[in-house]
Design a protein around this ligand. Structure first.
Ligand code: GAL
Length: 988
């Protein structure tokens, strides 16, 4: 046992009771700003001198509050010049599951970087009784005011308050913050460890008769349309909601017709709670959250969350976000059709929730609790199962719920993330049942789900999700982490039947799915098709919203995005901190565009003579939307017009006549007027119908011909190498290739989550990234030229035999490729695995003067076999350089599936045109896939002097195997004899 407060399982001392976060007319002095700071190597800090009134802190570092000291400039522990610690073991550390301290709860190592903070502030003469509030300090703080100890607290993402006996005039506030504490054991979320006073510090006046706490109970009965309101408060006060004509006392109940609150229509009734001493703002949303017959409902209607998991992150400021950034997150989410947020894995800054109320997002509010690292002790001593931690765990839950209880956007409380099981969950649950029966409770990790109102797993496969939807999944406890079945999966049940029967009756909430690490995830629309189908599934939350990377610079000033691997430190979570739908600087990724399409709240199916529009919204009709059509018939000016659609009620559909036979028809639904989160014209949903392309007739197989003996062969405009069979010139354009290409620069998802699903490693072990090419025979005849050969890795017996047949057709060449997989590609003596082929295509080197592309196919962004639904068919143009997506870790990107025609152009270059027979995938970049694979930062990719064009039959889908199931078979490349054809020509 230790008698150090920072090693105590108690959550704190001296603090006030937790209470609701609220805005009022009470005066607030913000203590944010520049404080004085000194870092020490151990929990003793700088000693006690800094507490004294006249301590000279002028030699200490200035430190912004709020901030994380590890992201700021300060004097290092060892002394010397002030600098930033980014990239060093003194700086931000990233671990996924492991604790960065020895697993010896509740003790901490002696090395415990400790920041002493000091602030001198002034309080006006007329300032009354005061409370000092810290909105978030990571991980443990002890606080003194004018040398007097007020108390201490843990619980990094939770507020704590002290009664603050301030003096009029000059005051000195001193805070000692420890990087590690017993609280650390409860905060093992997958994220950077970022110590410091990182949320606001405020001095709040509490005049006599101030309202310390209040609890709004605002229910809505969807059958009568009546709202019921009661406001309880820590003292008697009046409740005034002018818009509803409500003037009553606290504790009284009013029943009035209201417009309910929902994420779509976040109607808030503003008013006030008035006592003699204070007027507190009320922003009331009426809604009823209920689980009815195993279906999660709000206001009587099933809710299917179109959700994301959100951490707080900023590439410069870590979790010290400003309000503008919070608003930006919500605006970006709403524009991407996201309507729900799980605050993984802690309560966010309270302002974020106020904005969710106002702009409309369903919120699953998660407690600040994760003990994942106890897995390294086989879950022995896990705090939720250890009585000595009980008070700390309940303290966290109470502070979470008390702070945010009045937010209508919060519809579910989540007890924790990945903290296994323990009696504490039962106690937390019971406290919640008592305190707030109006919201259901979620806890994903206990296989009995006894303390959860939802059944939930992470990262199930599509098949598993379907089984869950049908309530036919195996007994719980047989589904392991990430939705994978245990080997001995069966239906015999590991827990007594009543427990399993209860679980089976619960709604299912997909707490995490679709791991958005690097390029991907795939199958977003597939998941959503399953989720829409079953009322049991109340939606899901993509992992996750934002990459957690820091803005860093190389010594020569080149900017790059720093991730875990950039810190020489163990344990290390590596690159797993980069798994967001937006990059660290909030630039949307192609994954977000794909999600927006999957989450579209309307389905628009364009048929030959009619459009069917289905409104999948929760309650809102389509009255706020404008529908338009465009028809691209190949001319320069596509026709367009408005579609007259009556208001379609939620859950209903309408069929509108429209003749779509004239061309490529797209029907879109956009906001008719400005919304708080997007301007009029913002598109929510679209559907498309492409005219059928008449299939291109096969060419006759040439007969006869002779073996080539010459060094060059001409075929129309083309010159081929007589030995390798490769194209050298087309007109005046020097070309090189094509080579059969079976490789791609691995994506993060290709690298999987460990050796068991690292297909990139299989490619490397079986040589797919270093193929050798051999030409066996070159033949030519009247109007044709043909090369046959074999492409295979050194050291291995497997390979692909190929034939490339070129036939002159008018001004162009038709290229028919036949590829066949030979030798052992699965379960070979050297590799007991199946070798999934990442690509089956052609690589061609072009002169570097080519700089522009134009194509007919899907665009404008990248698309893959399992991630293309956000990319409408159309005609697109782009600079070749802009085809690349700057993933912070270079990897395959910039592909386009379903391409019918591609034209490359450049200064003084003839246009090179590739036409699909019928379609192909293309990528074009100034470096090869090998360069892309070798680079670890985008700036390491340099122009090779050529443009490398891939014209591919197919590429493997993206999947989301970096955490999650394998890419479904339909998105893989069958290893079978494959024939495909393209036409290549030049235009001056
Ligand atoms: C989940 C976890 C998240 C994150 C994710 C993988 O198991 O809850 O915090 O670690 O896996 O990126």
């Amino acid at each position: 046992m230790s008698d150090h407060y920072w090693e105590s399982t108690r959550p704190g001392a001296g603090r006030r009771e937790p209470r609701a976060d609220s805005l009022s007319d009470a005066r607030v002095i913000s203590l944010n700003g520049t404080w004085r700071f000194r870092l020490s190597p151990t929990a003793s800090g700088t000693g006690c001198d800094f507490l004294s009134d006249d301590f000279d802190d002028s030699a200490w570092d200035p430190m912004p509050v709020p901030s994380h000291w590890v992201l700021e400039e300060f004097t290092p522990l060892a002394g010397g010049a002030r600098r930033r610690m980014l990239g060093t073991a003194e700086g931000p550390l990233y671990t996924n599951t492991a604790y960065p301290i020895p697993l010896d709860p509740p003790r901490i190592t002696e090395a415990n970087p400790t920041g002493d903070y000091r602030l001198v502030f002034h309080v006006p003469e007329d300032f009354g009784r005061a409370v000092l509030r810290f909105q978030g300090v990571d991980s443990c703080a002890k606080v003194w005011l004018n040398g007097e100890e007020l108390g201490w607290s843990t619980g990094s993402r939770l507020p704590f308050e002290f009664d603050a006996p301030v003096r009029h005039g000059r005051n000195v506030l001193t805070v000692r913050v420890h990087r590690w504490s017993a609280g650390t054991y409860l905060e093992d979320q997958d994220m950077w460890w970022l110590p410091g006073i990182f949320r606001d510090v405020e001095l709040i006046e509490r005049p006599a008769g101030a309202i310390d706490d209040h609890f709004v109970h605002a229910d809505f009965d969807h059958e009568t349309g009546l709202g019921t309101l009661r406001v309880d408060a820590s003292m008697d006060a009046s409740v005034e909601i002018p818009e509803l004509g409500i003037w009553m006392r606290t504790g009284e109940t009013a029943e009035v017709p209201v417009e309910p609150w929902s994420a779509e229509s976040p109607k808030l009734y503003r008013g006030s709670l008035r006592s003699e001493g204070e007027v507190v703002d009320l922003a009331i949303g009426f809604r009823r959250v209920e689980i009815i017959d195993g279906t999660f409902t709000v206001n009587g209607r099933a809710v299917t969350f179109r959700g994301v998991n959100r951490h707080e992150h900023d590439p410069l400021r870590g979790r010290a976000l400003d309000v503008e950034t919070m608003r930006r997150d919500i605006v970006l989410m709403k524009r991407a059709n996201i309507d729900a947020v799980r605050t993984s894995h802690y309560p966010p800054h309270p302002e974020f929730l106020r904005l969710c109320d106002e702009l409309g997002l369903w919120v699953v509010l998660e407690n600040d609790l994760e003990t994942h690292g106890f897995i390294y002790d086989g879950w022995e001593h896990n705090p939720p199962a250890s009585p000595e931690w009980r008070e700390a765990l309940l303290d966290r839950l109470r502070r979470t719920v008390e702070r945010d209880k009045n937010r209508p956007s919060i519809v579910i409380w989540s007890l924790a993330n990945e903290s296994m099981t323990g009696d504490a969950f039962g106690e937390m649950r019971r406290w919640l049942d008592e305190f707030d029966p109006s919201r259901p409770v979620l806890y994903e990790r206990d296989p009995t789900y006894q303390d959860s109102d939802f059944y939930s797993v992470m990262y199930p496969s599509l098949e598993m999700l379907e089984m869950i939807g049908r309530r036919e999944e195996p007994a719980s406890g047989r589904i392991g982490m990430h939705g994978m079945m245990f080997d001995d999966a069966g239906d015999d049940g590991v827990e007594p039947d009543p427990v399993d029967a209860r679980r089976r009756g619960l709604p299912f909430l997909l707490v995490e799915y679709a791991h958005a690490m690097g390029n991907g995830p795939g199958s977003l629309s597939d998941y959503w098709r399953v989720m829409r189908e079953y009322d049991r599934i109340c939606g899901g939350f993509v992992w996750e919203w934002i990459d957690h990377g820091f803005a860093a610079e190389t010594p020569d000033g080149t900017p790059y995005v720093m991730h875990g691997q950039d810190v020489d430190y163990e344990p290390n979570g590596g690159r797993y901190s980069l798994h967001g739908l937006v990059f660290s600087d909030r630039t949307p990724t192609p994954g977000l565009a794909e999600l927006a399409k999957a989450y579209a709240p309307l389905r628009i199916e364009v048929g030959e003579d009619a459009v069917v529009i289905r409104n999948d919204r929760h309650t809102a009709s389509t009255a706020d939307l404008r529908f338009t059509w465009t028809c691209d018939d190949g001319s320069d000016e596509p026709a367009s017009g408005e579609l007259d659609v009556p208001a379609i009620a939620a859950g209903e559909s309408a069929t509108i006549g429209l003749d779509t036979r004239a061309g490529l028809v797209t029907v879109s639904a956009a906001l008719a007027a400005d919304a708080a989160w997007a301007p009029a014209g913002h598109v929510l949903a679209w559907g498309q119908r492409a005219p059928r392309h008449p299939p291109v007739a096969p060419l006759p197989t040439p007969i006869g011909g002779v073996l080539v003996a010459a060094s060059e062969v001409r075929l129309g405009d083309a010159v081929f190498d007589g030995r390798s069979g490769r194209l050298r010139m087309l007109g005046d354009v020097a070309l090189d290739g094509p080579w059969l290409d079976l490789h791609r620069a691995p994506t993060e998802n290709d690298r999987g989550q460990g050796d068991s699903n690292n297909i990139a490693k299989v490619w490397q072990q079986t040589g797919l990234d270093r193929m050798e090419h051999r030409t066996d025979a070159v033949r030519t005849g009247e109007g044709w030229f043909e090369a046959t050969g074999r492409t295979a890795p050194s050291a291995h017996p497997h390979g692909v035999t190929w034939t490339m047949l070129w036939q002159q057709q008018g001004e162009g060449l038709e290229l028919t490729v036949t590829a066949d997989f030979v030798g052992p590609w699965a379960n070979t003596p050297y590799m007991h695995r199946d070798i999934w082929v990442p690509r089956l295509g052609l690589l061609l080197g072009l002169p570097g003067e080519y700089s522009q592309v134009e194509w007919v196919g899907r665009g404008p962004g990248e698309s893959y076999a399992d991630s293309f639904e956000a990319s409408p068919l159309g005609r697109y143009r782009s600079a070749i350089d802009d085809l690349q997506v700057p993933y912070p870790v270079p990897q395959e990107n910039g592909n386009h599936v379903d391409t019918r025609m591609l034209r490359l152009s450049g200064d003084r270059m003839p246009v090179l045109q590739v036409e699909g027979r019928d379609v192909f995938d293309f990528t074009a970049r100034r470096w090869t896939s090998k360069d892309l694979q070798a680079a670890s930062r985008p700036h390491e990719l340099v122009d090779s002097g050529r443009v490398w064009l891939n014209v591919d039959h197919r590429q493997l889908g993206l999947g989301s195997a970096s955490v999650g199931p394998a890419t479904p078979e339909r998105y893989r490349i069958p290893r079978e004899k494959t024939v495909w054809r393209v036409r290549i020509s030049l235009e001056e």
